[in-house]
Design a protein around this ligand. Structure first.
Ligand SMILES: NC(=O)C1=CN([C@@H]2O[C@H](COP(=O)(O)OP(=O)(O)OC[C@H]3O[C@@H](n4cnc5c(N)ncnc54)[C@H](OP(=O)(O)O)[C@@H]3O)[C@@H](O)[C@H]2O)C=CC1
Ligand SMILES: CC[C@](O)(C(C)=O)C(=O)O
Ligand SMILES: [Mg+2]
Ligand SMILES: [Mg+2]
Length: 348
């Protein structure tokens, strides 16, 4: 279906599950996305085999969830669709192991385009190369499927050797529940560059820095850490929930006129022209491959900078204050069970 934006959006009725009927799907990896794709496909009646290394710490979980587990090589050799859901940085080496198991007409399936777009994986010409990228953390892909909802996703076809690549990808999207919510067609390049930009400048990097800067400003001015935590971190969720439900408008409608005037008149003093120029620079590094080159080299060097940055983030005072405050409040207990899996993933 083409919507008013002229983008293709596909729903359940546009996807035909028979394209996976006589197909085995190998899901390589059983982490955030892997466990969700494997279980959702299995519940949708697709034949699934999970590919994990011999000593994998994920093996018990996959088997406990009732799934067959084999090595990545064996799983790929038995499957017609190989879904690569190990971390982006290990995909090239896992791919090197399974490449010889890909037969003509098989599908190599991704949830993010990094390794194809930046040429870290170069598949043979006779296989389909597709992407179904849920726009959500994997644990919500599973949770939304179980609750009967779906998770929006992106579809892209990089290589269509069979002429059937898109139909198979749509069947996969239906199997994991994405067509319930809607699947938008894009390209590997667009998905990769927007995803990297979004997580760096806005969703993960941008918001974490905004929260810490707000917290530090208040604490440095003599306000209590508890007040700073509630104001700058805890309430963020409630504000973002309103945006999620009804855009910025729903948020501005719900807050007081005082907050609305203050926010509208002062927000761009924080995210000013300089911050916007910095965002453009972040995007440039994504677009010209500078970030990708740096990230590949960082991994080859055993992640020295990543380890340092992670530690510094853990050491920020807001993490300690938050841990102690969350333990004291009733809402923490209620949300704990629901969010446990998400946090466990974040801790990995
Ligand atoms: N996280 C997310 O929500 C999102 C991720 N994506 C994309 O999905 C893909 C998967 O990401 P994500 O789910 O975060 O990955 P995870 O980090 O959660 O993957 C962990 C899984 O990969 C396995 N694994 C790790 N290293 C190796 C290795 N060297 N050899 C074999 N298996 C290994 C682990 O098994 P073991 O127990 O053996 O270590 C585990 O089962 C990526 O392309 C990512 O960009 C896309 C959208 C959102
Ligand atoms: C926002 C981070 C993400 O891009 C995602 C969950 O979509 C990721 O790579 O994990
Ligand atoms: Mg993303
Ligand atoms: Mg991402």
């Amino acid at each position: 279906m083409t919507d008013e934006f002229n983008t293709e959006i596909y729903y359940d009725d546009d996807a035909d599950e028979s394209h996976l009927e006589t197909t085995t799907v190998a899901v390589l990896g059983y982490g955030s996305q892997g466990h969700a794709h494997a279980q959702n496909l299995d519940d949708s009646g697709v034949d699934v085999i999970v590919g994990l290394r011999e000593d994998s710490s994920s093996r018990d979980a996959a088997e406990a969830d009732g799934l067959e587990v084999a090595t990545p090589v064996e799983a790929a050799s038995r499957a017609e669709v190989v879904s690569v859901l190990v971390p982006d940085t290990v995909q090239p080496s896992v791919y090197a192991d399974i490449e010889s198991e890909l037969d003509a007409g098989d599908t190599l399936q991704f949830a993010h385009g990094f390794n194809i777009h930046y040429n870290q994986i170069q598949p043979p010409e006779d296989v389909d190369v597709t992407m179904i990228a849920p726009k959500s953390p994997g644990h919500l892909v599973r949770r939304n499927y179980e609750s009967g909802e779906g998770t929006p996703g992106l579809l892209a076809v990089y290589q269509d050797a069979t002429g059937d690549a898109k139909e198979r990808a749509l069947a996969y999207a239906k199997g994991i529940g994405c067509t319930r919510a809607g699947v938008v067609e894009t390209t590997f390049r667009e998905e990769t560059e927007t995803d990297l930009f979004g997580e760096q400048a806005v969703l993960c990097g941008g918001i974490a820095e905004l929260i810490k800067a707000g917290y530090d400003t208040l604490v440095d001015a003599g306000y209590s850490p508890e007040m700073a935590y509630f104001e700058c971190l805890n309430e963020m969720k409630l504000i973002v929930d309103l945006m999620y439900e009804g855009g910025l408008g729903a948020m501005w409608d719900s807050v007081s006129d005082t907050a609305e005037y203050g926010g509208l008149s002062r927000g761009d003093a924080v995210i000013d022209d300089h911050a916007r120029e910095n965002m453009e620079e972040v995007l440039r590094q994504v677009q010209d491959g500078e970030f990708a080159t740096e990230w590949v080299a960082e991994n080859q060097a055993n992640r020295p900078t990543y380890t340092q940055l992670r530690q510094a983030e853990k050491n920020h005072e807001i993490e300690d204050v938050g841990e102690r405050l969350r333990a004291l409040f009733a809402w923490a207990e209620e949300e704990e069970t629901e969010d446990e899996s998400v946090r466990m993933q974040a801790d990995d």
